[in-house]
Ligand binder design. Structure first.
Ligand code: PXL
Length: 280
């Protein structure tokens, strides 16, 4: 019997509003990987909900270092290290230490550089955290930015992002750091009514796109859903383009289903009924 690929998932857990760990864990499990959560923070709900004195944001930076040390004592090994939303700027240094300790030959490092959306950084993402997120992404084998994050990584103005294929391919190549890392850029549209992702595949040096029908709504957490399906597919040995196709289709279907059911956008997408499609 083959053992399941093991993934260290470095993410927050948000109790309400599907995103980060509450998306990553079920998706990776359904796709046959073992997901080991290394929590960055514990929140009562994701940060797009209205602020309140009762909203909990528990920074788990200190627990991360101890957990990594303990995993080291246990001799744990990982096939992938996947990070997303970070709770504090010091976590970047800790994750770099985690790479030194756990990145072996063949370990895939995926950095989803979660920093913002719609042209604006999330309220927890300070300029310092954005800069250090870039430093972390520099060390990745694969990154999955949206347009906001791609602009931050390149030091470009969000409003000057390219809309034509040639310009997008140029951003993908620049984001690849001269072909060193694979890039999957989300929220790409080349034609009215279609949206998906563009990619640079470092194993072939080629760029490409996969599109699906654009649904008329925006939901938080879809970036986490996308990156998780992508990683789950990569860990099953699927190619980068094949994994991109799977992630684009899955997010589109989850969004379409959620729109049909009509739940509030802040609650995230109803991917649960679709999970069975990911099981092989
Ligand atoms: O989906 C990214 C994300 C992850 N975690 C938390 C967030 C967000 C986006 O708003 O608030 C806590």
């Amino acid at each position: 019997m083959e053992t399941a690929p093991r993934i260290a998932a470095i993410q927050d857990i948000s109790g309400f509003g599907r995103c980060s760990m509450t998306v990553v864990l079920p998706v990776l499990s359904a796709m046959g990987s073992q997901c080991c959560p290394l929590l960055t923070a514990s929140l009562s709900a994701h940060t797009a909900f209205p602020p309140s004195q009762n909203a909990v944001f528990l920074d788990l930076t200190a627990q991360m270092e101890r957990t990594a040390a303990y995993w080291g004592e246990l001799g744990v090994r990982f096939d992938a290290i996947y990070s997303g939303f970070l709770g504090s700027v010091n976590q970047v240094r800790i994750i770099e230490g985690f790479y030194r300790q756990f990145r072996g030959e063949g370990t895939l490092v995926l950095v989803d550089p979660v920093m913002g959306d719609g042209g604006r950084p999330y309220r927890t993402c300070t300029p310092d955290l954005c800069a250090k997120m870039g430093r972390l992404a520099d060390q990745a084998d694969c990154i999955t930015p949206n347009w906001t994050e791609a602009a931050l990584l390149l030091g470009e103005d969000y409003d000057s992002r390219p809309t034509e294929e040639e310009g997008i391919r140029s951003w993908l190549e620049r984001l690849s750091l001269t072909g060193r890392r694979s890039v999957v850029l989300t929220g790409v549209s080349l034609a009215e009514g279609k949206v998906g992702a563009g990619y640079f595949d470092r194993t072939t040096g080629s760029t490409g796109f996969f599109m699906a029908r654009q649904e008329p709504a925006h939901f938080p957490g879809t970036g986490d859903l996308f990156a998780s399906v992508l990683l789950g597919a990569l860990m099953r040995g699927e190619s980068l383009p094949g994994s991109v196709e799977r992630a684009v289709k899955f997010v589109q279907r989850s969004v379409a289903h959620t729109l049909q059911v009509g739940t509030p956008p802040l609650e995230g997408v109803q991917f649960e009924p679709m999970l069975r499609e990911l099981i092989r």
